[in-house]
Design a protein around this ligand. Structure first.
Ligand code: AMP
Length: 432
C-alpha cells in the first residue's frame, strides 16, 4: 500500500492481533492512572505536543541523546525552529513559569498523559511516538516527596497487578558531588580510554556520567572497579539519600541500589530511580525519574526544586499482557436491535434513537438478511441482549427480547417496550 504508517509508529485500534494496540486496554490503563492521580491529589496538565526547540534543548540538556540525536525538529512557516516534545518535564516547567502556577500553592503536584516523540531506532518496546504517564511535584526539597513519587509509581504497578518488578535507586548528589565525582571517574577511565566504546569516548568529554549508563559489555567491565558516586556525596546529599532509603524501608518498598543509575536526562540531582521488568528484553525500563533542584531556575523560573517520574504506557501494557493480568471486559452495547422488514426497520430506528437518548448503549442492524446472521453479529460485538422485530413480531405487536448469555427469551408488548428495556438496563447498572 502506498500510504503506510511511518516506521516506529502504530495505531491503537478496536481490533488488533497485537494486544497492546487494543483501545480497551489503553482505556483501562488510563482509568487506573486517573484514579491513582486522584488518590494522591495530583492535578492534570495538558501542554501542546510541540514547543520551541530551545526549550527541550535547555530542558533535557544539550548533551543528552534526546536533545542531540532524537528530536523531531521542523521549521514553521516563519522559520522558527520547533520540536515535537520528547518528554513531559520541560513543557510542564515552561507552563508552570509562564502561568505563574507557584502563586496558587506552595506545593504543586501535577500529572500528564500523552504522546512523546523521539527519533530512535525502532524495536520491541521502543517507538518513535510513544505514550507516557508522568508526574511532577514542584516546591519542596524533601525526602518524603521523593518517596511519595516512588510509592506512586510502585502503587500504579501494584494496582495493575504487575509482578517481578525491580526498583533501582541511586543518588547523584548536588553539583559539587558531581563535579568531584566526574574528576575521579575521568582519572580512573583515562588510562583505559582506548578500550571505551565509541559512544563512551564521545561522552568522556561531553558528559562522563553517562558512561555509567552504557550497555556495552566492554564498558561495563571497565566500570566494575570505577569509583562510586555514593562515596562522593556531600553531607547534605548523603543525609537526603539516607532518609529516602529509611522511608522506603518504613513503607515496605523493596529496592536495590545501583550506583551506575544516572538516567538519560541531564537535569537530575539527588535521588534517581527506575523500575525494570525482566520480561521486556533489552528495553526493560517501565518508568523512572528523579529529583531536579535547579531545572526551573535554569529555565528562568523561580528557584524551586522538583521531583517526578515518567513511565512508558506501551511497555506497561506489554508487561501486563505477558503476565496475563486482569483486564475488564470490552465495552459492548446493552441491546442490539434486529429488524427484518422495512416497517420494522422504521420502528426500530426510532426506538434506537429513544433508547440512546435515555443513555442505554444500543445498536441496530440496518441490513438484516437472516436473523441468525444478525445474532452472529450481536454475539461478535459482545451485545448483552437482542431485540428481534420480524414479521410475526410486527403483526402481534410483541417484540422478542433475548438475553444472549442466559438464552432467556420473552415477548414484550410494543406499548411496554421502552419501559421494559429501561428497567432491565437500569436494574443491571444498579441505577434504579
Ligand atoms: P525517559 O523519559 O527516557 O526517562 O523514559 C521514561 C519511560 O518512558 C521509560 O522507562 C520507558 O518506559 C518509556 N520510553 C522511553 N522512550 C521510549 C520509546 N522510544 N518507546 C517506548 N517507550 C519509551
Amino acid at each position: 500500500m502506498e500510504y503506510q504508517i511511518p516506521k516506529g509508529l502504530y495505531d491503537i485500534l478496536p481490533f488488533s492481533k497485537e494486544e497492546f494496540k487494543l483501545i480497551d486496554k489503553w482505556q483501562y490503563l488510563e482509568s487506573v492512572i486517573f484514579k491513582l492521580a486522584e488518590d494522591y491529589n495530583y492535578e492534570e496538565i495538558r501542554t501542546p505536543i510541540f514547543e520551541k526547540t530551545e526549550l527541550f534543548v535547555r530542558g533535557v540538556g544539550e548533551t543528552s541523546d534526546i536533545a542531540s540525536k532524537e528530536l523531531y525538529t521542523f521549521l514553521d512557516k516563519a522559520k522558527r525552529s520547533m520540536s515535537l516534545r520528547p518528554e513531559g518535564t520541560a513543557s510542564i516547567m515552561r507552563s508552570f513559569i509562564e502561568n505563574s502556577l507557584n502563586q496558587h500553592k506552595k506545593l504543586n503536584k501535577f500529572f500528564y498523559i500523552g504522546p512523546m516523540f523521539r527519533y530512535d531506532r525502532p524495536q520491541a518496546g521502543r517507538y518513535r511516538q510513544f505514550y507516557q504517564f508522568g508526574i511532577e511535584v514542584i516546591g519542596k526539597k524533601s525526602p518524603e516527596i521523593d518517596v511519595e513519587t516512588i510509592d506512586m509509581l510502585i502503587n500504579l504497578f501494584k494496582r495493575l497487578e504487575l509482578k517481578n518488578l525491580k526498583l533501582i535507586i541511586n543518588s547523584l548528589g548536588d553539583a559539587d558531588t558531581r563535579k568531584n565525582y566526574k574528576k575521579a571517574l575521568l582519572e580512573y577511565l583515562k588510562p583505559s580510554f582506548e578500550k571505551l566504546s565509541k559512544d563512551s569516548k564521545e561522552r568522556f568529554e561531553k558528559n562522563p556520567l553517562r558512561i555509567l549508563d552504557s550497555k556495552e559489555s566492554s564498558d561495563k567491565e571497565l566500570l566494575i572497579n570505577a569509583p562510586k558516586i555514593l562515596d562522593f556525596l556531600s553531607d547534605e546529599a548523603k543525609d537526603h539519600f539516607e532518609k529516602v532509603k529509611d522511608l522506603l524501608e518504613k513503607l515496605s518498598i523493596e529496592y536495590v541500589i545501583d550506583t551506575n543509575l544516572v538516567r538519560g536526562l541531564d537535569y537530575y540531582d539527588d535521588t534517581v530511580f527506575e523500575v525494570v521488568s525482566h520480561e521486556l528484553g533489552s528495553q526493560n525500563s517501565l518508568g523512572g525519574g528523579g529529583r531536579f533542584n535547579t531545572l526551573l531556575k535554569s529555565l528562568n523560573g523561580p528557584d524551586l526544586p522538583g521531583v517526578g517520574f515518567a513511565c512508558g504506557m506501551e511497555r506497561i501494557l506489554q508487561t501486563m499482557i505477558k503476565q496475563e493480568v486482569y483486564f475488564p471486559q470490552k465495552k459492548a452495547p446493552f441491546l442490539f436491535i434486529i429488524p427484518t422488514t422495512d416497517k420494522a426497520k422504521e420502528f426500530a430506528f426510532i426506538l434506537t434513537k429513544e433508547l440512546r437518548h435515555h443513555k442505554i448503549p444500543t445498536d441496530i442492524d440496518l441490513d438484516t438478511k437472516k436473523i441468525q446472521k444478525s445474532i452472529g453479529v450481536a454475539d461478535k460485538i459482545g451485545a448483552e441482549n437482542i431485540l428481534i422485530l420480524a414479521e410475526d413480531e410486527m403483526t402481534s405487536k410483541k417484540a422478542t427480547y433475548k438475553n444472549l448469555k442466559t438464552r432467556e427469551q420473552v415477548a414484550v408488548d410494543f406499548d411496554n417496550l421502552k419501559t421494559f428495556i429501561k428497567d432491565k438496563y437500569y436494574k443491571l447498572k444498579g441505577k434504579l
